[in-house]
Design a protein around this ligand. Structure first.
Ligand SMILES: *Cc1c(COP(=O)(O)O)cnc(C)c1O
Length: 400
C-alpha cells in the first residue's frame, strides 16, 4: 500500500497568545477605529506602521484593509489614472491586474521566465509602453532587482512592488519592497502574517505617502500617524486627494504587531520546510526545480516545480495521482480559472495578448502551499509522493 498524506494544505497556525491578549485588550476598551484614541494614547495601527517601517527600513508606512487595496492605492498615489497603461507580470494572481483595472488603467503583460520571475528582456522591450511597472514577486521569486531597477530607472518607469509573497525576503540584502518607489504587502490569512485581511504600503517619497494616507480615508487626522510625512507635505494634497476608504483598524493591528516581531523566526521555519521539499524532489526525471540565486533571501511559504513541455494530460495525471494520495497541487496550465489560481488570459476585462513564451512556462508550473502546520516529516513525505507520481507518469510517457 503506498503512503498517503493526511495533513491540510490550508490550515494555518493559531494566532500567538500575545496577539490574542492584545486583541482582547482592544475589544475591552472598544476603540477599534484607528483614529479613535484616548487623550495621549497612541493607537495600535499607528504603532504598527512605525514598527513595520523600521523593520524594512522605510521612512513612511501606511496600514490598510488589504493587499489589493495597497496596490490600487499605490497606483493612484504615483499618479496612474483612467486610460493609462501599466506594465505587470503575466504570471501573477488576480488582485494584481485587478488593482490596475480598479484605477481604470490597462495591464500590459510582461513574460515570465523558467525561474518564475519577470523576463527582463521582455520588460526592456516594452519600456516604451508605460510609465509604471506593477512588479509582482509572484510566489516569492525575486528577479535580478539591480538589473530591473537599472532598466526602469533608465526608462523613467516608476516601480511598485507587490510583495504579497515576499514579506521578509530580500535581494542582495535589500528588503523586498524597498527597491521601487512603493512596496505593498498583504496580511491576509494565506500570507506571512495573518490578520484575516490587511495590508501595508511603504515608501520613502513624502508626497506618495501623503497621498496614500489621504486616499486611505484619514480625513484631516493624518497628524495621528507615526510613520507619515510632516504636516506641511499635506498642505495641498489634503484638498486634492479623494477619500477612498480602506483603513486598517486597531484590532487587526494589535494581532499583527507580535507576529511581525516573530517574522524572522517564521521565515526560518518556512525555509526548512521548503528545503526539505526541494531536496526531496530534486533529480526526479522530467521535473525541474526552480533554483534560487545565492543573493536572494526568500521565504519558502509556497513551493513550485516545473513539468516543462509536458503534455497537458500528463500534468493533469500527476495532479490526479498526487491528489489521490492527499497532496494538493495547483496548476497554472489549466484552461479555466480554479479557486485562487488563474492566468492572464482569464482576466478578460482587459485585452489578453498572445504570449507564447509565458504560455509554455505557465503550462508547466505546479504549485503548492507550505503552511507552517506541516512538520519537516510531512514535507519529506509530500516530496516522496510527488517524486513517485511524477516518476510513474514520466516513465509511462517514455513507454508510450
Ligand atoms: C494575496 C495577493 C495579493 C492581494 O492581497 P489581498 O490582501 O488578498 O488583497 C496581491 N498579490 C498577490 C500575488 C497575492 O497573492
Amino acid at each position: 500500500m503506498s503512503e498517503i498524506f493526511t495533513g491540510s494544505f490550508t490550515q494555518q497556525e493559531p494566532i500567538p497568545d500575545e496577539a490574542i491578549d492584545a486583541a482582547v485588550e482592544v475589544m475591552r476598551h472598544g476603540r477599534l477605529h484607528r483614529y479613535n484614541v484616548a487623550e495621549g494614547e497612541v493607537g495600535e495601527t499607528a504603532l504598527l506602521e512605525r514598527e513595520f517601517a523600521d523593520q524594512v527600513g522605510a521612512k513612511y508606512c501606511l496600514a490598510v484593509a488589504s493587499g489589493g487595496y495597497a496596490l490600487a492605492t499605490a497606483l493612484r498615489a504615483v499618479g496612474v489614472t483612467h486610460g493609462d497603461r501599466v506594465l505587470t507580470n503575466a504570471f501573477t494572481l488576480a488582485p494584481v491586474p485587478g488593482s490596475i483595472a480598479a484605477v481604470g488603467a490597462t495591464p500590459i503583460y510582461v513574460d515570465v521566465t523558467e525561474d518564475l520571475t519577470i523576463d527582463l528582456e521582455d520588460l526592456a522591450a516594452k519600456t516604451g509602453e508605460a510609465k509604471v511597472l506593477m512588479l509582482s514577486h509572484m510566489r516569492g521569486h525575486l528577479c535580478d532587482m539591480d538589473r530591473l531597477m537599472e532598466i526602469c530607472n533608465a526608462a523613467g518607469i516608476a516601480v511598485i512592488e507587490d510583495c504579497a509573497h515576499t514579506m521578509g525576503a530580500a535581494w542582495n540584502g535589500v528588503p523586498s519592497g524597498r527597491h521601487g518607489a512603493v512596496g505593498c504587502y498583504s496580511c491576509q490569512t494565506y500570507k506571512h502574517v495573518n490578520s484575516g485581511e490587511g495590508g501595508f504600503l511603504v515608501t520613502d517619497d513624502a508626497e506618495i505617502a501623503a497621498r496614500a494616507i489621504m486616499l486611505s480615508g484619514s480625513y484631516m487626522l493624518f497628524g495621528r500617524h507615526l510613520a507619515a510625512p510632516d504636516p506641511e507635505v499635506f498642505e495641498q494634497i489634503k484638498y486634492e486627494t479623494p477619500n477612498i476608504s480602506g483603513r486598517m483598524d486597531n484590532l487587526r493591528a494589535a494581532i499583527l504587531r507580535p507576529q511581525l516581531r516573530d517574522l524572522e523566526a517564521q521565515v526560518a521555519r518556512w525555509n526548512e520546510r521548503y528545503r526539505t521539499l526541494e531536496d526531496g524532489v530534486r533529480g526526479t526525471p522530467g521535473l525541474r526545480v526552480v533554483e534560487r540565486p545565492a543573493v536572494e533571501t526568500y521565504v519558502g511559504s509556497s513551493f513550485q516545480f516545473l513539468l516543462l513541455d509536458w503534455a497537458a494530460e500528463r500534468v493533469q495525471e500527476v495532479l490526479r495521482r498526487c491528489a489521490a494520495r492527499g497532496v494538493e497541487l495547483k496548476w497554472f496550465g489549466g484552461a479555466e480559472p480554479v479557486a485562487f489560481t488563474s492566468r492572464y488570459d482569464s482576466w478578460r476585462y482587459a485585452e489578453t495578448p498572445s504570449l507564447p513564451n509565458s504560455d509554455r512556462i505557465l503550462a508547466g508550473i505546479v504549485d503548492m502551499r507550505v503552511p507552517l502546520t506541516f512538520s519537516l516529516e510531512d514535507c519529506a513525505q509530500i516530496a516522496r509522493i510527488i517524486r513517485a507520481e511524477v516518476g510513474a507518469v514520466f516513465q509511462g510517457k517514455a513507454a508510450t
